[in-house]
Design a binder for this molecule. Structure first.
Ligand code: HEC
Ligand code: HEC
Length: 368
């Protein structure tokens, strides 16, 4: 019996060793992002560590790679974002004007809405909109939840109204089930009443996940020097030295203040709108706009609220001229644009949702 012991000990230690190796392997594998699908927010876990250089004092900060979220709510919000039945025509979705395949915008000077109406203003991207201090060019809604009710009922956007939109969802059994699951009503015992607050809350929860981390510039901010070329680095230095950074800073590279269009030189084109003045009625707020985020800027042409240019080089020159009173050389403009292109991050990876069928009582599309 004793002579059998060594082999038993050997086997036990062998097993233990195997187990340790396996555990260590698995934890490194998981830490590295692995193949394990951790859902929204898991993008780029491999970048957690960062490089050797600390850049925490830079006026631009990297987009956090994960946020807390409620996955059932986000999934419901995603369906609503892609839900054409929220529009009167049964044809227009949030994604029509904030196309997630093209940087969260429609790449049109101004959007096409209900009955082919052309809107008055360029549609901003929904990507990273959680970093905005308020929503819309003039900041007239305080957050994404308040914003999401707007387009549904806007006659030249989705052309519906809140009662109609809610009644459409209420007529679709699957939605009643999902809303009750997310918002806590008991489908067996209570009459589940979907509310517009729940609709906008779910859409906002989905939009909160639409961030674009892991841009080349964010890697650099985390200390990985090789991600940025000399030209791009010189562009960033110019962006700071010339003064762009005064308005375009923070995580979103903008989105955190209101500034006048034409600080250094009056804007001589028709702005089509008085901007922030429409919200505050203060004389000083005429032609003041929310400073836009410059994240993913290369994807979101045409530029400015009035879409006055398609060319990013021109947009940079216009900014230098009207906001800073400077004339940029071709070379400096080229470098700044090279830097701006490093702000394009990893786009949200969206599984296109399958929407549930209508019922006999679902309101029919109305094109008028
Ligand atoms: C017909 C086109 C159209 C549709 C449909 C549409 N939007 Fe918009 N969206 C716009 C335009 C144009 C603006 C800018 C309006 C302004 O600032 O005055 C805007 C602004 C926004 C903003 C503010 C972003 C920022 O940077 O200030 C968010 C967020 C947004 N929309 C989300 C949505 C959601 C959610 C839906 C669906 C419920 C939706 N939009 C449907 C055209 C549209
Ligand atoms: C005084 C504040 C201020 C300064 C300085 C400033 N900007 Fe802007 N920037 C704004 C505002 C406000 C807008 C929105 C203007 C509008 O569309 O009405 C804007 C818009 C932009 C846009 C277009 C964004 C879009 O989505 O359409 C780009 C690109 C841009 N700025 C780059 C720059 C660069 C590069 C510099 C430096 C040369 C700079 N900005 C300096 C305030 C500023």
């Amino acid at each position: 019996m004793w002579e059998k012991m060594p082999s038993l000990v050997f086997r036990v230690t062998g097993c233990l060793l195997g187990f340790i190796v396996f555990t260590v392997f698995m934890s490194t594998f998981v830490a590295a992002g692995g193949l394990i699908d951790m859902g929204y927010g898991s993008r780029g876990e491999s970048m957690l560590g960062g490089g050797k250089v600390s850049r925490s004092k830079e006026p631009i900060q990297p987009i956090p790679i994960s946020f807390d979220y409620d996955s059932a709510k986000v999934e419901l919000g995603k369906k609503l974002f892609f839900e054409p039945r929220l529009s009167k025509s049964g044809w227009i979705t949030c994604n029509s004007c904030h196309n997630l395949s093209t940087g969260g915008t429609d790449n049109l000077p101004s959007s096409i809405g209900h009955k082919w109406f052309i809107g008055p203003i360029n549609s901003p991207t929904v990507l990273n909109s959680r970093f905005n201090l308020a929503q819309f060019w003039d900041g007239r809604t305080k957050d994404l939840k308040e914003q999401a009710g707007g387009p549904i009922a806007n006659p030249i956007e989705m052309g519906s109204n809140h009662e109609l939109a809610v009644s459409v969802l209420q007529s679709i059994p699957k939605y009643v089930q999902w809303f009750s699951e997310v918002y806590g009503a008991d489908i067996m015992y209570e009459e589940v009443k979907i509310t517009i607050e729940q609709v906008t809350d779910a859409i906002a929860a989905f939009e909160e996940t639409l961030t674009t981390p892991n841009s080349k510039f964010d890697y650099w901010l985390k200390g990985y020097n090789d991600f940025i070329s000399t030209t791009e680095m010189e562009g960033y230095a110019l962006f700071k030295d010339k003064g762009c950074i005064a308005c375009h800073n923070g995580v979103g590279v903008g989105g955190n203040s209101y500034k006048k269009l034409g600080t250094a030189k009056p804007y001589d084109k028709d702005t089509h709108t008085l901007g922030r003045y429409n919200v505050t009625n203060k004389e000083d707020d005429k032609f003041v706009f929310k400073v836009p985020l410059l994240r993913n800027i290369e994807l979101t042409a045409p530029y400015f609220h009035d879409a006055s240019t398609w060319d990013l080089n021109k947009a940079v020159k216009i900014m230098a001229e009207y906001q800073l009173g400077l004339t940029l050389t071709e070379n400096d403009t080229f470098k700044i644009v090279a830097f701006l292109r490093t702000l394009t991050g990893e786009q949200p990876s969206i599984t296109f949702p399958t929407l549930p069928p209508s019922s006999a009582t679902t309101h029919k599309p109305d094109r008028n």
